[in-house]
Design a protein around this ligand. Structure first.
Ligand code: AMP
Length: 434
C-alpha cells in the first residue's frame, strides 16, 4: 500500500519516497489513518517495523494544518517520550527527515550531553519535542519547557520506559499535560505493568497488535550454539573470523562482560568498539557512527545501550549471553532483519542459561534450532541436548521409542501366553483330579 492511499499529503509522501520508502509497513498501514482521525491508540510493535514513521508522519501532517508563521512564537504541540538517549536521537533525526517539506521545528533532548545547547534550541521555539523522561523534567524545572499546549503525545517503547524505572516521572509528566489531547502508546510487548500505564495515559484507545513472532522468525534466521562457558569468547571470535563477517553486533548481559568480550575480540585482531551506559555519550555516538559506517567490524553492546540502534541491513546479531529477560531476546534479534531485510541471530548458550532459553522458546511459542560447534561444545550437555534437538537425536529417540513399544508388546504377548499356559495347566490338573 502506498503512502498516498493512507491519506498523507504530497509533502510527506515526497519526503518518505526520497528516503526510499515505497510501501507502507503493516504498522504504518494500521496506525497512520487512525492517528489522522484523531484516535488514541495502544499499539504493540517491535522496533524495526517502521513504527517511528507510523506515528511521526500523521503527527507532522496534523500539526502542519496549523503551521506557525515565522516570527510568531512556537509552542510545543507534540511530545514524544522515549526511554533512551539513543532512541531519542534516532527519533529526532527521523522526524526532521520526514518533516523536511514543512515549516515545523523539532528537537530531541536527552541526558549525557550538555544542557545549554538544548536550552538554546528550546528557546528558539519548537513544535515537536522528543525527550527522555529525566532530561525533560530537568528542562521543565528550569522553565525551558511548557507542556500546556501539547496536543499529541507519544509514549514510545513505553514498556521499556517502565522497565527503566521511570514510573514516577511518567505520573509527574502526565499531570502536566493537558487533559484534552491525543495519546499514542507504543510498546514492544504487552505486559501487565503496561495496564497501569494505559490507564494513566490513554482514553478508549484503539488496540493494535503488530507483533508477529512468525514474521520475525521468517525474517531472522535464529540458531542456538550450545557451548562451554569458558570457550564462548574463543568461539565468538572464531565464528566472526572464519565466516568473514564484517558487521556484527554482539550483545552481553553486563557492562563488565561487554568490556571483557570487547578486549578479547580486539586482541584477536577484530576491530571492535564497546557500547554501554558507562561510556560517555560522545564515545557512544562515535562507536555507533563508526559501526554504521563499517569502519569497525564488531560492536559489543549491553541491552540498554542498544535501544534505538538502527542500522540498515545489519546482517548479524550474536547473543554472547542470553538476556535476563526473555522479551529482550526479541528486542535484540529485531536489530537485524529490519524493514524487510533478512538477518541472522546467533546465541551462544551455556549450561547455566538453559532455563532462560526455555523462557525464550515459551515466549516465541516455538523451539529454536540448536547446533554445536566442534571443539567448543560442553561434553555433558552435548549428548543429552543433541538427542533432544538434532534430527539425528530425534530419529534415535523415535527408534528407541518404537523398539521400547515393540518390547512392551512382545512382553505383553509373552505374559498373555504364559497366563494362558498356566490356565490350561490348571484346568488339566482339575480334570485329572476329577
Ligand atoms: P523503526 O521501526 O521506526 O525503528 O524503523 C526501522 C527502519 O525501517 C528504519 O531504518 C526506517 O528508516 C525504516 N523504514 C520505516 N518505514 C519504512 C518503509 N515504509 N519502507 C522502508 N523502510 C522503512
Amino acid at each position: 500500500m502506498s503512502f498516498e492511499t493512507l491519506g498523507l499529503t504530497p509533502e510527506i509522501c515526497t519526503a518518505v519516497n526520497e528516503l526510499g520508502y515505497t510501501k507502507a509497513t503493516p504498522v504504518q498501514k494500521k496506525v497512520i489513518p487512525l492517528v489522522l482521525d484523531g484516535k488514541d491508540i495502544m499499539a504493540t510493535a517491535q522496533t524495526g517495523t517502521g513504527k517511528t514513521a507510523a506515528y511521526a508522519l500523521p503527527i507532522l501532517q496534523l500539526l502542519s494544518k496549523k503551521e506557525i508563521k515565522e516570527k510568531t512564537i512556537r509552542v510545543i504541540r507534540s511530545l514524544v517520550l522515549v526511554p533512551t538517549r539513543e532512541l531519542a536521537a534516532q527519533v529526532g533525526k527521523s522526524i526532521e527527515a520526514y518533516g523536511k517539506n514543512y515549516n515545523l521545528k523539532s528537537c530531541a533532548v536527552y541526558g549525557g550531553v550538555k544542557f545549554t545547547p538544548q536550552t538554546k534550541k528550546l528557546e528558539r521555539g519548537i513544535d515537536i519535542l522528543v525527550a527522555t523522561p529525566g532530561r525533560l523534567l530537568e528542562h521543565i524545572k528550569q522553565d525551558n519547557v511548557d507542556l500546556s499546549h501539547v496536543e499529541i503525545v507519544v509514549f514510545d517503547e513505553s514498556d521499556r520506559i517502565l522497565d527503566m524505572g521511570f514510573w514516577e516521572e511518567i505520573v509527574t509528566l502526565s499531570n502536566m499535560l493537558p487533559k484534552k489531547r491525543q495519546t499514542l502508546l507504543f510498546s514492544v510487548e504487552h505486559n501487565k505493568s503496561l495496564k497501569r500505564f494505559s490507564e494513566l495515559t490513554v482514553i478508549k484507545p484503539v488496540k493494535i497488535d503488530i507483533n508477529n513472532q512468525g514474521d520475525l522468525a521468517k525474517k531472522v534466521r535464529q540458531t542456538i550454539y550450545v557451548c562451554d562457558e569458558n570457550k564462548k569468547s574463543a568461539l565468538l571470535s572464531y565464528m566472526i573470523g572464519s565466516r568473514n563477517w564484517h558487521q556484527v553486533l554482539v550483545f552481553t548481559k553486563t557492562k563488565k562482560s561487554a568490556d571483557e568480550v570487547g578486549a578479547y575480540l580486539e586482541d584477536s585482531g577484530l576491530k571492535t568498539l564497546i557500547l554501554h551506559g558507562d561510556k560517555a555519550h560522545s564515545k557512544r555516538t562515535k562507536a555507533l557512527k563508526d559501526f554504521k559506517a563499517g569502519t569497525i567490524r564488531v560492536l559489543v553492546a549491553t541491552d540498554i545501550a542498544s535501544r534505538g540502534l538502527d542500522i540498515e541491513e545489519l546482517p548479524h546479531v550474536i547473543n554472547y549471553e542470553l538476556p535476563g529477560d526473555a522479551e529482550d531476546y526479541i528486542h535484540r534479534i529485531g536489530r537485524t532483519g529490519r524493514a524487510g531485510n533478512e538477518g541472522e541471530a546467533i546465541s551462544l548458550v551455556c549450561k547455566e542459561e538453559k532455563s532462560v532459553l526455555k523462557d525464550i522458546e515459551r515466549l516465541l511459542k516455538y523451539g529454536l534450532k540448536v547446533e554445536f560447534f566442534e571443539g567448543f561444545e560442553p561434553k555433558d550437555w552435548v549428548e543429552k541436548e543433541a538427542r533432544k534437538h538434532t534430527l539425528r537425536g530425534k530419529i534415535e529417540r523415535s527408534q528407541e521409542k518404537r523398539s521400547k513399544t515393540a518390547n512392551n508388546v512382545a512382553g505383553m504377548r509373552k505374559k498373555k501366553a504364559n497366563d494362558r499356559n498356566a490356565q490350561k495347566k490348571a484346568t488339566l490338573r482339575k480334570r485329572k483330579k476329577k
